[in-house]
Design a protein around this ligand. Structure first.
Ligand code: PMP
Length: 305
């Protein structure tokens, strides 16, 4: 029977048997950095394609550096372990891999030094991010944590309280998700996604300095737009008015995919239907994550189960 698997403390075990002690520092203070990598199942070819896995692990290792974490593994070791964890699950559908590097010492205090660090990865399946026909968003009353408070270029676990507050506020107000602004009022990102807008044929996304995560899907979208459509993405600050007046708005993220946003703060975006550029990029993205675009062999790790 297929089941979620983990690599935990040097062994591959069913995820349900991988348990953490309640004294673990990261559990108390959010001193951990996580990742999210998809092993996309290709039904036709009966194989997985782990997408841009090395880039995900290089980003996680950069985040570890910012949190003063030292792991005895490099990106290639992590990638090899992840492939094996996916294999052990027995799933024949898209698998979501969740690596987590964390401060593992018991009661180590509120600090980053003097603790041991550990790393595990879970391979599991998740329900799809519901986005059929586009999603409806609000701008959040919660501003995005600034990079001078918690480094936003890494997926620092504690920072996700900010995303969770924004997401639940949106849900309780009957929206699908939230768009967070920076403290200066610039558009930053969704709760777990980067944001793009299309204005008069220009593809625009917030710059790294607007407290965003440097999303791997964001980078993929920018590369596909440039290479396949000849469209250079403009990285610049975006203000709230532009969200309301844009022809198209869409999200990007590993879990979410490319997701058209069709309404913001009860104002229709463009025609109220997924826009042509978002739809095209989504189609290209879905192709590339299955390893079907021959122009990007370095992005693919194929694996037969
Ligand atoms: N922003 C945030 C806050 C996220 O959590 C994510 C998901 N990792 C993203 C953006 C999208 O990043 P990626 O495309 O690398 O999944």
């Amino acid at each position: 029977m297929a089941e979620p698997y983990a690599y935990f403390k040097g062994e591959y075990v069913p995820a349900k048997d991988a348990n953490i002690n309640i004294l673990t520092q990261a559990f108390h203070y959010g001193t951990a950095v996580f990742g999210g990598i998809k092993a996309n199942w290709d039904e036709e070819k009966q194989q997985f394609c782990l997408f841009r896995m090395k880039d995900h692990y290089l980003r996680q290792l950069n985040a570890c550096k910012m949190l003063n974490m030292h792991l005895p593994l490099n990106a290639q070791d992590m990638a090899d372990i992840t492939v094996e964890a996916v294999r052990r699950t027995g799933f024949r559908e898209t698998v979501y891999c969740r690596p987590l590097a964390y401060k593992s010492s018991p009661f180590a205090g509120v600090k980053l030094h003097g603790s041991e660090d550990d790393w595990f990865v879970i391979a599991t399946v998740l329900p799809p991010f519901s986005s059929t026909g586009g999603i409806r968003c609000c701008t959040s009353s919660w501003t995005r944590t600034s990079d001078h408070q918690i480094p936003t270029h890494g997926k620092v676990s504690g920072m996700y309280v900010n995303s969770a507050l924004a997401n639940t506020e949106a849900y309780q107000n009957n929206f699908d998700d939230a768009i967070m602004l920076t403290q200066a009022g610039h558009v930053s990102e969704g709760s777990v996604t980067n944001v793009f807008v299309v204005i008069k044929g220009q593809l625009i996304t917030p710059p790294p300095s607007d407290s965003i995560l440097l999303g791997i899907t964001r980078d993929t979208v920018m590369q596909l737009a440039k290479d396949e459509l000849g469209l250079e993405t403009v990285e610049r600050s975006i203000v709230r008015s532009e969200l309301y007046l844009a022809d198209e708005v869409f999200f990007s993220g590993t879990y979410a995919d490319v997701v058209p946003v069709i309404e913001i703060d009860r104002r229709t975006v463009g025609t109220g239907e997924p826009g042509p550029l978002a739809s095209k990029l989504r189609e290209m993205f879905r192709d590339v994550v299955r390893g079907r675009n021959p122009n990007y062999p370095e992005w693919y790790t194929f694996m037969k189960p």
